[in-house]
Design a protein around this ligand. Structure first.
Ligand code: NDP
Ligand code: 2IT
Length: 450
C-alpha cells in the first residue's frame, strides 16, 4: 500500500478507535485505491483522502416518545451527511437496537461510493436510531417516527438531504415521517423522502428495486463468466425488503430459492420456498419466519446458535445472497460455503462480508457481487422517485423497472471495465471501489478545498 494511504488509515484508526465498522469500511476502500492514488500526487497535496474520510456533518439528537403505558422512552437519533459533492445527501434510515455512530458512519461512507456508481446526482448520507421496532404497536411506531422527525426536519430537504428506508424502516415508517414533515413545514415537498406510498408521491418499483437490482447485477456478472441463474440453488440471509424481492426475481429467472432467514433462524424448503407465504408472514403479519412451517410442515426450521455460523449458511447452495446485516459472513462461514460449492455471492446487505472472508472468496474463485454496486438499485430508484417528484409526474412500473435494469447493467459494466483497466481479474470489490472513487474524487477536486 502507498505510504499516503497507510498514513490516512492509521489516522482514521486513531481518531475513531471505537468505531470498528467504520474502520473496516474505510480499510476496505482505501486498500483498493493504491494504483489510483499513486497516479495522482495532487490527491495527497490537497489532502483528498483526509477529507473523504471525514463526514461533512454528523447530527445526533434526542428522540423522546411516549409508549402505550404512558411511559416516556428516549432513543438516540442520527443523521450523517458524509459527502454532498455530487448531489444532495441521500441514504436510508435504520431503526435497530444495534445502531450506533460507527454503524451509521460505515453505512454513510459506503453510500458515497454506491451513489456515485449509480451515475445519478446523489451524495452520501445515512441515519437512524437505536429504537427497536420489534413488538411495538402501530401507534408507538407512529409516535416514535413523529418525534424523530420533529428534530430531523431541521436538517433535511429535497435539495439538501433525502432520507429513505433501511432495516426497520419501510413504507409504514416513511408515511409517518412524511406526514410529520409536511405538518411542520406546511408545504408539500414530495422529494424530501423516498420510498413513499404510491398514493402520495412514491415510485412504482421502488419497493422491489434493491432486490431486483441485485439479481440484475448477478445476472450480468454470471453472464460475463459464462454462467446463468437458471436451475441454480439459492439461499438468502434475511427475509425483509431486499431478501423478498431478490428471491422473487431469482425465481423468475429459473433459480430455486431453498432457504431464507430472520435473526432467529432459517427455514429450509428443498422443493423451493413459496414466496407468497413469506410475504404474508413478513410484509402483512410481521411475524417470525418459523411460522412458515404452519402451512408447509415438510419444511425444516433451523435455529441460530449464538457465536456459530448463521443457520442459513449451513445449507448447500450455488448462489448465496446475504440480504440481512453487516458482517454476517465471516471467514469460517466463507470456508463452509466454499466447501459446499458456492459459485457466486451477491451482497444485498451493506458490508455483509468481513474483509478476510472477501479475500477467501476471491482466492477461491467465487464470484463476489459487492454491496456498493450490487445493492445500488434501491437508492438509484429512490433518485428516480426524486425525479418524478420534481416533474410532478410518474412513470409506469415497466418504465421504472427498465431504467433500473439499465442502471444495474451500467454499474456492472463500469465494474468490469475498471477491473480490466487495473488488471483486477474478477475482483469486482476493488473495481467498484475504484470506479466510485474516481467520480467522487473528480467532483471534490473540481470544487476546491471544501
Ligand atoms: P428489513 O428491515 O426489511 O429486513 C431486514 C432483515 O434482516 C430481516 O429479515 C431481519 O431479521 C434481518 N436482520 C436484521 N438485522 C439482523 C441482525 N443483526 N442479525 C440477523 N438478521 C438481521 O431491511 P432491508 O431488507 O431493507 O435491509 C436488509 C439489508 O439490505 C441491510 O443491510 C440494508 O442496509 C441493505 N440495503 C437495503 C436497501 C433498501 O432499499 N431497503 C438498499 C440497499 C441495501 P429480523 O426481522 O429478525 O430482525
Ligand atoms: O443502503 C441503501 O442504499 C438504502 N438503504 C437505500 C437508500 C435510499 O436512499 O433509497
Amino acid at each position: 500500500m502507498s505510504k499516503y494511504i497507510n498514513e490516512v488509515l492509521a489516522s482514521v484508526k486513531e481518531k475513531n478507535a471505537n468505531e470498528k465498522e467504520f474502520i473496516q469500511a474505510v480499510d476496505e476502500v482505501l486498500n483498493s485505491l493504491k494504483t489510483v492514488i499513486e497516479k495522482n500526487p495532487s490527491f495527497e497535496e490537497l489532502s483528498l483522502l483526509e477529507r473523504l474520510v471525514e463526514p461533512e456533518r454528523i447530527i445526533t439528537f434526542r428522540v423522546p416518545w411516549i409508549d402505550d403505558n404512558n411511559k416516556v422512552q428516549v432513543n438516540r437519533g442520527y443523521r450523517i451527511q458524509f459527502n454532498g459533492s455530487i448531489g444532495p445527501f441521500k441514504g436510508g434510515l435504520r431503526f435497530h437496537p444495534s445502531v450506533n455512530q460507527s454503524i451509521m458512519k460505515f453505512l454513510a461512507f459506503e453510500q458515497i461510493f454506491k451513489n456515485a456508481l449509480t451515475g445519478l446526482p446523489i451524495g452520501g448520507g445515512k441515519g437512524g436510531s437505536d429504537f427497536d421496532p420489534k413488538g411495538k404497536s402501530d401507534m408507538e411506531i407512529m409516535r416514535f417516527c413523529q418525534s424523530f422527525m420533529n428534530e430531523l426536519q431541521r436538517h433535511i430537504g429535497h435539495d439538501l438531504d433525502v432520507p429513505a428506508g433501511d432495516i426497520g424502516v419501510g413504507a409504514r415508517e416513511i408515511g409517518y415521517l412524511f406526514g410529520q414533515y409536511r405538518k411542520i413545514k406546511n408545504t408539500y415537498e414530495a422529494g424530501v423522502l423516498t420510498g413513499k406510498g404510491l398514493d402520495y408521491g412514491g415510485s412504482l418499483a421502488r419497493k422491489e428495486a434493491t432486490g431486483f437490482g441485485l439479481i440484475y447485477f448477478m445476472r450480468e456478472m454470471l453472464k460475463e463468466n459464462n454462467l446463468d441463474l437458471h436451475g441454480k440453488t439459492v439461499t438468502i440471509s434475511g427475509s425483509g425488503n431486499v431478501a423478498i424481492y431478490a428471491a422473487q426475481k431469482a425465481i423468475e429467472y429459473g433459480a430455486k430459492v431453498v432457504a431464507m432467514s430472520d435473526s432467529n433462524g432459517c427455514i429450509y424448503d428443498d422443493i423451493g420456498i413459496d414466496l407468497s407465504e413469506i410475504k404474508r408472514i413478513k410484509e402483512v403479519e410481521r411475524l417470525r419466519i418459523k411460522e412458515y412451517l404452519n402451512n408447509y410442515p415438510h419444511a425444516k426450521y433451523i435455529e441460530n446458535k449464538k457465536g456459530k455460523t448463521p443457520a442459513v449458511y449451513t445449507i448447500k447452495a450455488d448462489i448465496v445472497l446475504p440480504c440481512a446485516t453487516q458482517n454476517d459472513i465471516n471467514l469460517e462461514t466463507a470456508k463452509l460455503l466454499v466447501k459446499n460449492g458456492v459459485i457466486a455471492v451477491g451482497e444485498g446487505a451493506n458490508m455483509p462480508t468481513t474483509i478476510d472472508a472477501i479475500n477467501y472468496f476471491l482466492e477461491n474463485n467465487v464470484l463476489l457481487a459487492p454491496a456498493k454496486a450490487a445493492n445500488a438499485g434501491g437508492v438509484a430508484t429512490s433518485a428516480l422517485e426524486m425525479s418524478q417528484n420534481s416533474m410532478r409526474y410518474s412513470w409506469s412500473f415497466e418504465e421504472v423497472d427498465k431504467k433500473l435494469e439499465g442502471i444495474m447493467k451500467n454499474i456492472f459494466k463500469s465494474c468490469k471495465d475498471t477491473a480490466k483497466e487495473y488488471n483486477l481479474g474478477t475482483n469486482y470489490v476493488a473495481s467498484a471501489n475504484i470506479a466510485g472513487f474516481k467520480k467522487i474524487s473528480s467532483a471534490m477536486m473540481a470544487q476546491g478545498v471544501i
